[in-house]
Ligand binder design. Structure first.
Ligand code: APR
Length: 230
């Protein structure tokens, strides 16, 4: 039976591509209040502020390049005889830019826009404004297609199904602070699936992993994927 690797990624895998993480020193949640820019209530209160926040992140993400960690797992997906699924909490498109195809964005994507009146989704423009009309229903009800705190992450059924069949679970560059993603390692352990974590520093969930590789993802991840190949 060929193996099936599920790889959860967080902001840390994109840090060396120049994109800010959330909880590191000076991270995004040190610069902005979550309740202002990453909740439905914050968006209802001040949609322009929220669009400004995501417009800035969309521009940064568009200018960023995938790093050696993104490229290593894209190569793994292309060359590994078994299945490789990336479940990312990130809203950038660096996995796809590195060549990964099997990617689930459980927290949505900066590249997509959502109409909160009719649920239509489309390719987001570079910059979005509160009164942009929805291309489908024309209502001035557009928002970034990003999952905010208090909202249900995407693809959970598919993720749970993939985890139940996995032969290896890896987490790269995530602090293990936010559920349901932070709970995937516990689900893997309960299923007897080997687990490995890649992080700069020990995360909240580090003690739950069978193996931990500390260091920058651009170093530790390629070293790991090379061993999987041999
Ligand atoms: N290599 C490996 N790990 C790194 C690197 C690096 N170069 N740089 C930072 N890290 C690690 C940090 O040590 C930290 O554990 O990446 C992790 C980033 O943690 P967070 O900033 O909390 O990001 P993340 O875990 O992805 O946050 C999860 O929280 O705010 C929500 O929706 C948001 O998707 C996000 C979710």
């Amino acid at each position: 039976m060929s193996d099936r690797i599920v790889i959860l990624t967080g902001a840390g895998i994109s840090a060396e591509s120049g994109l800010g993480t959330f909880r590191d020193e000076g991270g995004l949640w040190a610069q902005h209040r979550i309740e202002d820019v990453a909740t439905p209530e914050g968006f209802a209160r001040d949609p322009a502020l929220v669009h400004d926040f995501y417009n800035a992140r969309r521009a940064q993400a568009a200018a960023a390049k995938p790093n050696a960690a993104h490229k290593a797992i894209a190569r793994l997906e292309a060359e590994h005889p078994g299945e490789v699924l990336i479940v990312t909490q990130n809203v950038d498109a660096l996995h796809e830019a590195a060549g990964s195809r099997n990617v689930l964005h459980m927290h949505g994507a900066l590249s997509r826009a959502l109409c909160h009146a009719c649920a239509h989704r489309w390719q987001a423009p570079e910059a979005m404004q509160p009164d942009d009309p929805c291309p489908a229903c024309k209502a001035p009800a557009t928002r970034p297609d990003v999952v905010w705190f208090g909202e249900i992450p995407y693809h959970m059924d598919e993720i749970e199904e993939a985890l139940s069949r996995a032969t290896l679970f890896a987490a790269i560059g995530t602090s293990g602070n936010v559920y349901p993603a932070a709970g995937f390692v516990t689900a893997a352990r309960q299923l007897g699936i080997p687990t490995i974590e890649f992080n700069l520093d020990p995360s909240e969930t580090s003690p739950l992993f069978d193996e931990r590789r500390l260091g920058r993802a651009s170093q530790t991840v390629p070293d790991w994927t090379r061993t999987l190949g041999s």
